[in-house]
Design a protein around this ligand. Structure first.
Ligand code: AMP
Length: 602
């Protein structure tokens, strides 16, 4: 395997690492089979433990949680930390642990080293390159601090990706049309973020973002606890008293909250919570939802502000993607449904979506991620070569597959009894500038020019397999069916980009070439017919008209020789006009060649 690039979600409460393997993003589990690693580090005497191992340590004053909140934040501006903090170098801060001071960058370095280790353990090879996610609202200092932590962990940080962008990537570009907008609603344990993103040329761009760094599942645990206290006739402070294991109460409140996401009611149980008394209260889902009024109002206000910032009042987003552990709460999903005016999209694993998106971004950079966008629509136009070496598009670029398109063609020469069908792919007007996917000969019953009728049908199935069916409609005979495997959609993004760029670059000359070729074909046809008509009816023509026709014919011949598209087109139109009377008087057979039924000649 080429040198891997890993994707890391460095979360406030949990972190995870993933990679694209065999075209799919996966998260890598540690030795215990866990994909989510608690973002905690324990600084013991001469040892540092991370994740679950850190949580298993009992000694006080050594465990650092939620260090992400203090990343790149100046001393004094840092939000409440899990341990006492001190001023560190360059105006930053550090946690004071029993083992000494550690900065948030050092904590993140330790977490990232562990994630790197897990990846190396799973992949059985060294990992040196990574993509790391950061909240969309992270400022430059916070981003720099994250990058620094990655580098100190021995990782080259190829890119920092905004968390909502990662969530949107996990949701999938393949589900979206170009220029569509999605909202990512992320309610975690301690933070709330909403972002509106727009998919533009295969890349998500954050249009607006907002949130509250102090709003999350923890607040909802408090709502549950307060409800229980009130039901039990206990004032809030009663639970703050000496001897009360508050942590245990909060954990039970969290358990009840999670149960209420599935059930209509749940029982809060805390036997001997203060050493002697016990608590047992039934909590209803509706009670919890009622108690969350202020949190819900904040979420609603933030969503509306972000929609306004993105210039989206009234206009709808294509999807409201729900991520973060607390997005499992039904009342939160209902709220998102209301503000985004549609069913919220809960298709992603709320805790893993960001890491999956980071893995996808890493895969894009490593070249191991196959662009799904290209699978759902035709990346380039498909067509056949027609007379004069022109590209005749049957299935235009960006057509949703599966699709099926047919067109009738006719013969270019008298007595022709077969035609070569060249199947082409590309955006250029001339066949020779496009890619040939295949060619075959189609025999048909010999017919005068323009009289054969050949149907061609291109169909592209879900797997990108192109089938070409050719049929001699007039003459009968067996259908010719040619299958072209995968080439039709399995085109690298670079090749598509190059083809499209070239088509834009050469648009003018290509168009001229097409106009000239079409005019030339028409001119040749017309000149032949005029000659026949003049020979048959010329004697009966008024001298004036005859002179007009001769002059117009000369102009066409001159323009043909000059090779100038517009001049030729004009001359052909003039000749067509001045021979109108002549044409009307010609017997049908004589002008048969002029009336090939509007079908394209091949
Ligand atoms: P995150 O920070 O995204 O990992 O989210 C963690 C938060 O999600 C914690 O507050 C959890 O209590 C909360 N959470 C996890 N599962 C559920 C659930 N089923 N219902 C409500 N909240 C949940």
């Amino acid at each position: 395997m080429a040198e891997p690039v890993i994707g890391i979600d460095l979360g406030t409460t949990y972190s995870a690492v993933g990679i694209v393997e065999a075209g799919f993003p996966i998260l890598l589990a540690d030795e215990e089979g866990e994909r989510l690693m608690p973002s905690v580090a324990w600084f013991g005497p001469g040892v540092v433990k991370v994740g679950r191992a850190a949580l298993r340590e009992m000694a006080e004053g050594r465990l650092v949680r939620s260090a992400k909140r203090q990343m790149g934040v100046r001393f004094g501006e840092a939000p409440g930390a899990c341990l006492p903090v001190v001023r560190a170098s360059e105006g930053g801060m550090a946690f004071r642990t029993a083992e000494g001071e550690v900065t948030p960058v050092e904590v993140s370095r330790v977490l990232l080293s562990e994630l790197k280790r897990i990846a190396e353990f799973r992949l059985e090879q060294e990992v040196r390159r990574a993509v790391i996610t950061v909240p969309a609202y992270f400022n430059n200092a916070q981003r720099e601090a994250t990058k620094q932590a990655g580098e100190e962990a021995g990782l080259e940080v190829l890119r920092l990706v905004a968390e909502p962008t990662a969530a949107a990537l996990a949701y999938g570009m393949d589900k979206l049309a170009e220029r569509s907008r999605v909202a990512v609603f992320d309610l975690g344990g301690g933070t709330f973020d909403v972002s509106i993103l727009e998919l533009r040329e295969g890349v998500f761009e954050v249009l607006a973002t907002g949130g509250d760094t102090r709003l999350g599942g923890d607040d909802i645990d408090s709502v549950v606890l307060n409800l229980v206290a009130r039901k039990a006739g206990l004032e809030g402070p009663a639970l703050e008293m000496e001897g009360v294991d508050r942590d245990r109460l909060v954990r039970e409140a969290e358990r009840v909250k999670c149960e209420l996401s599935r059930e209509e009611s749940a029982i809060f149980r805390a036997p001997f919570y203060d050493g002697s008394r016990s608590l047992e209260e039934q909590v209803e889902r509706v009670e919890l939802e009622g108690g969350m009024a202020s949190e819900l109002a904040t979420m609603r206000r933030i969503c509306q502000e972000v929609l306004v910032d993105a210039g989206m009042e009234g206009a709808g987003v294509e999807a409201g993607v729900m991520v973060g552990g607390s997005s499992r709460l039904p009342v939160v999903q209902r709220l998102a449904g209301e503000v985004f005016k549609q069913e919220p999209d809960c298709s992603q694993h709320p805790d893993e979506a960001v890491a999956i998106g980071a893995a996808i971004q890493a895969g894009i950079l490593a070249g191991t991620w196959r662009e799904v966008l290209l699978l759902d629509v035709t990346p380039l136009s498909l067509g056949v070569e027609t007379l004069g070496g022109l590209m005749n598009v049957l299935i235009p670029r960006n057509t949703t597959i599966p699709c099926k398109v047919g067109e009738m063609f006719t013969n270019a020469r008298d007595g022709q009894d077969s035609m070569q069908v060249r199947v082409l792919q590309g955006e250029r007007e001339l066949a020779r500038d496009n890619w040939e996917l295949g060619k075959f000969d189609l025999p048909f019953r010999s017919a005068p020019r323009g009289k054969a009728r050949v149907g061609l049908q291109l169909s592209l199935d879900e797997d990108g397999i192109l089938e070409v069916l050719a049929r001699d409609v007039e003459g009968g005979g067996p259908d010719v069916i040619v299958k072209i495997e995968s080439a039709a959609v399995d085109v690298s993004e670079d090749a598509v980009e190059q083809m499209v760029e070239e088509s834009v670059e050469h648009a003018l000359e290509d168009m001229k070439a097409r106009v000239f070729t079409e005019a030339r074909l028409k001119a040749e046809e017309l000149l032949g017919a005029v000659e026949v008509a003049l020979a048959q009816l010329g004697a009966g023509l008024a001298g004036e008209n005859r002179e007009e026709i001769v002059a117009a014919r000369l102009a066409v011949e001159e323009a043909l020789a000059a090779g100038e598209a517009n001049q030729l087109k004009g001359a052909v139109e003039t000749l067509d006009k001045v021979t109108e009377g002549l044409a009307a008087r010609m017997v049908e057979e004589a002008l048969g060649a002029l009336q090939s039924g509007g079908q394209t000649q091949i």
